[in-house]
Ligand binder design. Structure first.
Ligand code: CA
Length: 722
């Protein structure tokens, strides 16, 4: 486009010269093709990152952090050693930036040429002086507030890509942007969403390589069909798209892999519900094979009996798929959980490494997906090399290394009767980043033993029918009754979380540190023998890579789920972390977010730093006087079910908030008077609380409100405030 425009001038000049010399009428030139407007190029030289620079960065510029997982290998291993086990106790606050949000912050900042690029809530994007925190520019893509409701798990962004002078941001509402790295000016923007009737959202970080930007999306719980798309990094033009699950088999297959996948889906109308398989986190480029590995998510609905009643593996759910980076054609796949029945995504971070396995030098990838097994796979052809359990697993006994398939445990079949199963839908490990120390051969990551009660959808059990509910979660399990199921089903145990140092080849845990709470942050490892991790108490800690002893700790006063990263400017090493917990079902009084609420900020430490964070004000946990309870017990019970189906994942189990979003027991009578205006009309949509008039009527909203009044009144009485 811009090339055509430039190259036309010489042609016009030549024609003009000929016309001037010739008496003959010139042959009319064909009408020029209509031109798309030229896509502006970056104005300056900021953010000039390319494939060669990323590949060389470990040795050429260890001070940088050029891509989501540091470089294409995504090992989150830094060779910076200024901060070491001898002096780590001298780490202090160098600077922090209040990002003025209560929403979760999960991003990894990038550092390029002394500039830190990061995304905050609502994809507000910052370029900061990485040494001082001074703002260079800020860009607000103006994500509509209603999209908070369309995202299963909050207003989240896990990061961005910096490439060839552009900053690529993928927004919660499904757009992919290119900003000028120099000044934040918008260069191009594309809509990545194929169906705006469905609740597609993007929370993941785009990756860039080979002149392309790669991005997927989320939304399986609401009933979407997953895919990943490659765009030209300079223009935003679509290069290819790979769907992860088949669509309606009556329609043509988009690409040959869909014909193959469709044979593994049997009966049912999965395409009506969506199918799932969203690529919401891991998309890793491999320069050794010019491949892109995508981590594919769970099925929609979760239950395979509803999704594919005739059985089948349901490709490519819960799989790692290797694609040709140039064409999007599949090279190989490995399915971690055939016929996923538990929300076992395989979207967790994928790391690339060179490793000697049983005497053979191999180029491998590693992943610890939700299902509890740690996979080591040969990148050349997808050969499974290892699949050791890394936590407590009851859904399968083991992975059969001859077939590569897990052996399911029939004793925890939940199709007839509810069952406690390990791991639960938040996984034995989730999206929280892991780090690989190639010297020690250990992977450091947050793991958890977090069981869940799975129960088949009651209506489906009675009728054999299931209908997608637009605008709501479509899980196929009894989520509305989850409060009772969790408390009344025998055999449960409280969840426990660890930082684990895990040997992917032997399957042995070298050491593990149990945290006070089970849901914690990602990691970074350094060549100085340090592992940094944030936790839900709000502490950022440095652990000894060899034995897990805590060498340093700093209180950020906010629960942490993001991974720390490290960089250097002018020879000075820094450690940075974003703070702000994700929404969660349970409320843990010890966590910082429960005590203070979410205080979104980026916090940066260096040796000798002397700054101090102000101590935030504690949350007011008193429950005000409530309106009268007027509904029947049956209506309140229905309100409880609707609350857990629609409101609970954000506002908390049994109406007790984790502290991230408002606790609805604390509504005053004035708030209650505005309840319909908030829940139906969406007057707080700009805060992220969109209206639900598409899926709830005033009667049901009244039932939910009565349930909240009941819960508030109970807890107010228990606290002696009645
Ligand atoms: Ca999921």
């Amino acid at each position: 486009m811009s090339l055509t425009f430039k190259s036309r001038w010489p042609v016009l000049v030549i024609c003009a010269a000929i016309a001037a010399c010739s008496q003959e009428a010139p042959t009319p030139a064909p009408a020029p093709a209509p031109e798309a407007p030229a896509v502006p190029a970056p104005a300056g030289t900021a953010g000039m990152v390319d494939d060669a620079r990323i590949n060389a960065s470990e040795t050429a510029e260890p001070e940088s952090w050029l891509s989501y997982g540091k470089d294409y290998r995504e090992q989150r291993y830094s060779t910076l050693t200024q901060i070491n086990s001898e002096n780590v106790g001298e780490l202090g606050l160098e600077w922090y930036l209040d990002l003025d949000t209560i929403h979760p912050l999960e991003a990894t900042p990038l550092v390029v040429d002394g500039v830190m690029y990061l995304t905050s809530a609502w994809n507000i994007t910052y370029a900061l002086n990485a040494a001082t925190g001074a703002e260079i520019w800020r860009y607000d893509p103006e994500v509509p507030g209603e999209f908070a409701r369309k995202a299963c798990c909050g207003v989240i962004s896990r990061g961005l890509a910096v490439y060839e002078g552009r900053v690529h941001v993928a927004t919660l509402d499904g757009r992919l942007l290119a900003l000028d790295a120099a000044d934040g000016a918008l260069l191009w923007e594309v809509d990545t969403v194929i169906d705006r009737e469905r609740f597609y959202t993007i929370t993941g970080a785009p990756r860039a390589a080979g002149g392309k930007v790669y991005i997927g999306n989320g939304g399986a719980e609401f009933g979407v069909r997953g895919y990943v798309t490659a765009y030209d990094a300079a223009t935003g033009e679509q290069e290819w798209r790979f769907f992860t699950v088949p669509g309606n088999p009556a329609l043509p297959f988009e690409h040959p892999e869909m014909e193959m996948a469709a044979e593994t889906w049997k009966g049912g109308e999965w395409w009506e519900i969506g199918g799932g398989g969203t690529v919401w986190n891991s998309i890793v480029y491999d320069p050794d094979f010019d491949s892109v590995y995508i981590g594919v998510g769970n099925g929609a609905p979760w239950t395979r009996a509803i999704r594919s009643p005739g059985g089948g593996d349901n490709l490519f759910l819960s799989s790692i798929v290797a694609l040709d980076a140039d064409t999007g054609a599949m090279k190989w796949y490995y399915q971690t959980t055939p016929g996923d029945n538990w929300d076992y995504t395989a979207v967790q971070d994928i790391m690339l490494a060179d490793m000697n396995v049983d005497g053979v030098d191999r180029k491998v990838l590693m992943q610890a997906p939700k299902n509890g097994f740690f996979y080591v796979i040969d990148r050349a052809d997808g050969t499974l090399l290892r699949a050791h359990p890394y936590g407590a697993v009851t859904w399968a006994t083991h992975v059969d290394m001859d077939t590569g398939r897990p052996v399911e445990n029939a004793e925890v079949d939940y199709s007839e009767e509810e069952q406690w199963i390990l791991p639960g839908p938040l996984g034995a490990h989730n999206w929280q980043a892991m780090a690989y120390d190639p010297e020690r051969g250990l992977v450091y990551f947050p793991a958890q033993d977090a069981a869940f009660v799975y129960a088949m959808d009651d209506d489906y059990k009675e009728t054999g029918l299931y209908k997608r509910s637009p605008g709501r979660s479509n899980l196929g399990i009894e989520f509305g009754r989850i409060a009772q199921l969790l408390t009344e089903t025998p055999g449960g145990a409280a969840p426990v979380g660890y930082l684990k140092a895990f040997d992917p080849l032997t399957g042995e845990t070298a050491w593990s540190v149990q945290h006070a709470d089970w849901w914690n942050g990602g990691t970074v490892a350094t060549a100085a023998g340090l592992v940094f991790q944030g936790d839900s108490l709000g502490n950022l800690s440095a652990f000894d890579s060899d034995d897990g002893s805590i060498l340093w700790q700093s209180n950020t006063f906010t629960s942490i789920v993001a991974p720390p990263m490290t960089y250097a400017v002018d020879g000075k090493q820094f450690v940075a972390i974003m703070t702000g917990a994700g929404i969660r079902l349970d409320a843990i009084p010890e966590t910082a977010t429960y005590q203070y609420g979410n205080w979104g900020k980026v916090v940066v430490y260096a040796l000798g730093g002397t700054g101090e964070l102000p101590t935030p004000t504690a949350r007011d946990l008193s429950i005000p006087e409530q309106p009268e309870l007027t509904a029947s017990a049956a209506d309140i019970a229905r309100g409880e079910e609707l609350y857990h189906d629609i409101c609970g994942t954000c506002h908390g189990l049994a109406a007790v908030s984790s502290g991230t979003l408002p606790d609805l027991r604390m509504m005053t009578k004035e708030r209650h008077a505005a309840f319909n205006a908030v829940v139906l009309d969406g007057i707080l949509r700009n805060n992220g609380m969109a209206g639900f008039s598409d899926t709830l009527d005033a009667t049901d909203v009244g039932r939910i409100q009565q349930y909240l009044i009941k819960r508030a009144t109970e807890d107010r009485a228990a606290a002696g405030e009645a």
